[in-house]
Design a protein around this ligand. Structure first.
Ligand code: CTP
Length: 415
């Protein structure tokens, strides 16, 4: 998510500073190059040497350290950064930042940089609720280029329970990636489906397919990073909730149909998604009858299942009247004749774009972290993407959809 990005991690002196090395590891794993700056009090909570070891860079401690300045001057450091994350941000640092004090290396770099700044306030709940802290937070939230990540609720180091915990690394990384991403879908509503569906045979058995949901989850994450309000309708998968996305879990094709249609046909037009991406591998058939009790193998040497067709969600959306029909993106997973079948689905289901992938052979997409796809659009365009990580494929899908759908361009955030 942060491939090739240069990130300064500022750590100020709260107890959550002890999570610094793990946060640096997560940032590096997300692809970032990291330089850490500690405030004087942060050094009481976390060892600079540990941060140097995991970031593979010298740690900045003092504005007037000739050795560090000789390596990278504070202005050079401020220019070097693509983004600055301050985690944890203490009440004291919030105050210094709000009033533009530059009395140590971190605050000086924060004043000198023009890169986006992401602040993760973390402290005791009472301190967080103090009017001065709240006033500083409001001031910084309104400041251009500054993003505040809300602290989590939970057990705090001071043995109180309440708001003030520093969020997990994946939340901070998503906030950084969001701050670095052009908000081209700001104010738009997107609905994504992902994963397989399960069709019951009896209370303990079902028919399904090997879809992992990874591609659909990546499409949802990418839309959220671009600023969209995202609803993710997910079949049974074992993936964590993407940050900043509303997730609705369903099991069967029929449940997925109901969940999608309820949103697309929402009585309030301002709640309806403007774009639907159907990455889910929906079952085409289901057992016509579900046994009430477990089918016993003593019932015979063979079992015959009578199957009936499920409702095609995408075709249902494509058949809506023009003023009700969202922009539609389908997926085509094929084992042969990829182009022919994908183009046939694009036309038959009345789609704006289809993402086609081959699901047999070494480049099979099911469960993998990499994918290679071909996009076909209604205007006759054709684009090959990958092989690349699914997050990059997802960004490419949105990039092409935005290019062919000017009406999808960002509109300002509704008040
Ligand atoms: N799809 C759907 N509802 C279904 C079946 C499929 O919305 N009941 C959607 C999938 O989410 C995908 C697209 O339709 O975006 C293509 O799915 P696929 O199973 O490949 O296509 P089918 O139309 O079922 O064609 P076929 O089985 O003949 O390949």
């Amino acid at each position: 998510m942060l491939h090739g990005k240069r990130v300064i991690l500022g750590i100020s002196g709260g107890i959550a500073a002890y999570k610094g090395p793990a946060l640096v590891r997560a940032l590096v794993e997300a692809g970032a190059e990291v330089r850490v700056i500690l405030t004087r009090s942060a050094v009481e909570f976390v060892a600079p040497l540990a941060l140097q070891a995991v970031s593979h860079n010298a740690v900045g401690l003092d504005l007037f350290d000739p050795a560090y300045e000789a390596q990278i001057g504070h202005i050079e450091l401020a220019r070097w950064a693509d983004a600055v994350l301050v985690a944890p941000t203490t009440a004291n640092l919030l105050a210094r930042l709000a009033y533009g004090l530059c009395d140590d290396l971190l605050t000086t770099v924060l004043c000198a940089t023009r890169a986006p700044v992401v602040l993760a306030p973390a402290m005791n709940s009472q301190m967080l609720a103090h009017p001065a802290v709240q006033a500083n937070l409001a001031l910084l939230a309104a400041r251009e280029g500054h993003l505040i990540v809300q602290p989590d609720q939970g057990a705090l180091a001071c043995q109180e329970i309440g708001p003030g915990r520093m969020p997990d690394p994946e939340v901070l990384i998503a906030a950084l990636a969001g701050a670095l991403s052009p908000r081209r879908l700001e104010g738009r509503r997107a609905l994504i489906t992902a994963g397989p569906t399960r069709e019951a045979i009896d209370p303990v058995r079902f028919l399904s397919n090997p879809s992992s949901g990874k591609m659909g989850f990546a499409v949802a994450r990418a839309a959220a990073l671009l600023g969209a309000r995202v609803t993710l309708v997910a079949g049974p998968v074992s993936l964590p909730d993407p940050v900043g996305v509303e997730r609705i879990d369903v099991v069967s094709a029929e449940e997925m149909f109901e969940a999608v249609m309820a949103r697309v046909q929402h009585p309030d037009p301002d709640q309806r998604p403007e774009v639907v991406v159907k990455a889910a591998a929906v079952a085409d058939w289901r057992p016509a009858q579900v046994a009430d009790h477990k089918v016993k193998k003593t019932e015979g040497e063979q079992l015959t299942l009578v199957m009936e067709r499920t409702r095609d969600i995408l075709a249902g959306l494509g058949a809506l009247p023009d003023d009700r029909r969202p922009i539609l993106v389908g997926f085509a997973a094929e084992t042969r004749d990829l182009d022919r079948y994908a183009l046939d689905k694009l036309n038959r289901k009345n789609l704006d774009m289809i993402v086609a992938n081959q699901v047999s052979g070494p480049t099979s997409a099911f469960g993998a972290d990499l994918n290679a796809v071909t996009l076909f659009d209604r205007q006759g365009g054709r684009v090959d993407l990958g092989p690349a990580p699914k997050d990059e494929i997802a960004a490419g899908i949105w990039g092409h959809l935005l290019a062919i759908s000017p009406q999808l361009g960002a509109r300002s955030r509704p008040e």
